[in-house]
Structures are given as C-alpha cells and as structure tokens.
Design a protein around this ligand. Structure first.
Ligand code: FMN
Length: 356
C-alpha cells in the first residue's frame, strides 16, 4: 500500500505509532518500524541523556526509519539538539511557536531528515506548512490526550484539501476500516496511539492492556482538569477525583512539580520555565485555563499519567474513544498486517460494489 506518506518516510505501510509518554519505549518503537510502519518515541519524558540512550537503543533494534516526538516548550530546548545531533530520521513536533519551529525544521532538513507537525486547527496546519513541515498529523476530537473540538470526519478533509503536504489522520483509528476511511477523507495514512498501546510489544502491565480491551467508546472524558488543557482520559476513579477538584490543586501541584523535577533531573529554572510555558500554550490543541491553574494541573497530571502505566485505577490513563474498537492484544506485526489487509479488502470491495 503506497501513498505519499510511505514514500516520504521510506516505509512499507502508511501507519505510524503516535508518541505516547513513557509508553513508547525503544522496543515498541522498533517493533512498529520493523513491521513496516513508522515507530515514534515520545522525547519529553526522559532526561536528555536518557533520550540519547533511547535513540541509540532504537538503532540497535531496527535499521528502519523511526521518529522522535517533541512537545515544544516543555523541556524541548535541551532535547531538540540531541535529536539533531543524532540525525533522527523524522522529527514530529507538537505545539510551539514559529520562532522555535522554523530553526528546528531547518536543522532537521539540514541533515536530510523529515519533519511532521501535529495540529488540530486549519490555521495551524497552514502555518506549519508555511514553516516547512513535510507532513502533518491531523488530530481529531476522538483522540487520546490533547485535541481540538472538531472530529476527524470534518477536520481531515478540511485540512487535507487546504494543504499540499501529505496528511496523517490521528484519533480514533484502530483497524482497516479506520485506515480506509482516513484515505477516503484525504489523508495518506494514520497515526495510532491507543490501539498500538494495547499490543504484546507495549511494555506496560497487563492490567493496562486489559483496561483498553474492556473499555467502551463511552468510557473516556475530555476536560482541562487533568493537565491544564483539554485532555481525553479514561473515566476512572482518579479522573473523577480530579474532575471534582475544580479549585487550584496547589499542594498536589507543588509535590508533583518536585517529583517531576526529580524524574527529569531538571533545574529550578527549567521547572519554572516549563510551568510558565504551560500558562502561555497556544490555543488549538488542548484549550484550557492558560493561567497558573494550567501549570498546577500540568504538574499533577504528569505524575498521574506515569502512575497509570502501572496502575490504571489510581493513575490517569490517556485513552481515545477508539478504546471501543480495541478487542484483543495482538503483536504489533499482526496488528499492522491485519489493518492493511482489511483496508485493502474494504477498498476493493467498495470499488466492486459501486462499479456496477
Ligand atoms: C497513553 C497515552 C500517552 C500519550 N502521551 C502523549 C505524549 O506524551 N505526547 C503527545 O503529544 N501525545 C500523547 N498521546 C496522544 C497520542 O500521541 C495520539 O495523539 C493519540 O493517541 C491518538 O489517538 P488514539 O489514541 O485514538 O489513536 C498519548 C496517548 C496515549 C494513549
């Protein structure tokens, strides 16, 4: 199955792994790349040294193209230079402002790498294209974690008709039906988060994978209560507790901020800069309080997102509506082969059905 996405990145299938905090380990990234997709490592959740090690580990597990995802403004100043020094084949950025995005794209293009911008609004898509992004991930309302307010059915055709670069649909894709639909809507491939998280290659406890299999499409909630900007998560006890705490969670935030400082080994200056950046996040992806409350919730959320990967009851588990489409825990290779085969069958059958 060839599209401009497969040609741009030199991959076999138009499927990529969405960057997912501590979940996209080198093993999972390499599994996706080895299966013919594009594996992507979320690069904000390790120390800079650990990020470099993770990139090296991916290279020891695959000789295929892979990417690193960076949320700009959240420790990216220390991490982007590593992505560039290591000549990572694909950089996928989210958020950020033109003065940070433009030099980054130029630097990656300088060594022959490709850049994908993640967006959820038409105006951000146009801006990313103008800044030089080679492809765009269009995140629909169905997605786990941060998105805008518009669903894929409207957002994907609206943006893919307005830009020239290849578009990749994200949010709600779990199978061949989703891939075929994305292609019909004007995308040239899909990015899967939740679905690839519930695979044998994902290094999370079985309880987390079972949670994905057992959840329905109605079991998620989107709200700024979890990390300061609109974020879609599993509606569990921990999520209900945070939804009830509408006041500023000041003490939780201080303790979580200190925890984050320890995990990421960042200085006081970086901690305050990150908190300040959260206050000023551009609208589009997310949408929330954009004040001191956002920074506090970001700190609280970051800690609970990590807890969720070992304890999906007491942690906050980012989860897409696509949970309702996840019924098993296959290997990454099985899932990708199955998805492409299903999509091809659907497209061929529709062609036959309507050709008469
Ligand atoms: C457990 C989990 C963790 C995630 N962590 C991140 C992250 O660190 N950075 C990010 O930009 N998106 C993150 N996402 C969102 C994904 O990149 C992607 O946009 C989303 O999963 C797509 O929707 P889907 O789950 O329906 O496929 C996360 C998603 C999940 C399920």
């Amino acid at each position: 199955m060839k599209t401009r996405m497969t040609e741009l990145f030199g991959i076999k299938y138009p499927i990529m792994l969405a960057g997912m905090n501590w979940l996209t380990t080198p093993k999972l990234v390499a599994a996706v790349s080895n299966a013919g997709g594009l594996g992507v490592l979320a690069g904000n959740h390790q120390t800079p040294d650990e990020l470099r090690e993770a990139i090296k580990e991916i290279r020891s597990l695959t000789d295929k193209p892979f990417g690193v995802n960076l949320t700009l403004g959240v420790g990216s100043a220390q991490r982007a230079p590593i992505v560039i020094e290591e000549k990572v084949p694909v950089l996928n950025y989210a958020l950020g402002r033109p003065p940070e995005i433009a030099p980054l794209i130029e630097a990656v293009h300088g060594y022959g790498g490709k850049v994908i911008g993640t967006i959820a609004l038409l105006r951000h898509a146009l801006r990313s294209e103008q800044l030089g992004a080679d492809a765009l991930i269009i995140t629909g309302y169905e997605a786990a974690s941060h998105s805008g307010n518009v669903g894929a059915l409207v957002l994907v055709p609206t943006i893919s008709e307005a830009v020239k670069v290849p578009c990749i649909g994200a949010g709600g894709y779990a199978d061949g039906r989703g891939l075929a639909a994305a292609l019909a809507l004007g995308a040239e491939g899909i990015s899967m988060g939740s679905r690839l998280a519930a695979t044998q290659d994902a290094e999370v406890v079985d309880a987390v994978k079972e949670t994905w299999v057992n959840a329905s499409e109605e079991d998620t909630v989107i709200d700024p209560a979890f990390d300061g900007i609109n974020c879609r998560v599993l509606r569990n006890k921990a999520a209900e507790d945070l939804l009830e705490k509408k006041a500023f969670p000041l003490f939780d935030a201080i303790s979580a901020g200190l925890h984050m400082k320890r995990v990421l080994k960042i200085s006081w200056g970086e901690l305050f800069r990150t908190a300040n950046n959260m206050r000023k996040m551009p609208s589009g992806i997310g949408g929330g309080q954009r004040g001191l409350g956002s920074s506090m919730r970001f700190a609280v959320g970051s800690r609970l997102f990590r807890v969720a990967l070992e304890d999906p009851v007491n942690g906050i588990l980012m989860m897409g509506q696509t949970a309702g489409r996840i019924k098993d825990v296959p290997t990454v290779a099985e899932l990708i082969e199955r998805t492409v085969k299903e999509a091809e069958e659907i497209l061929q059958n529709m062609n036959k059905q309507f050709a008469n």
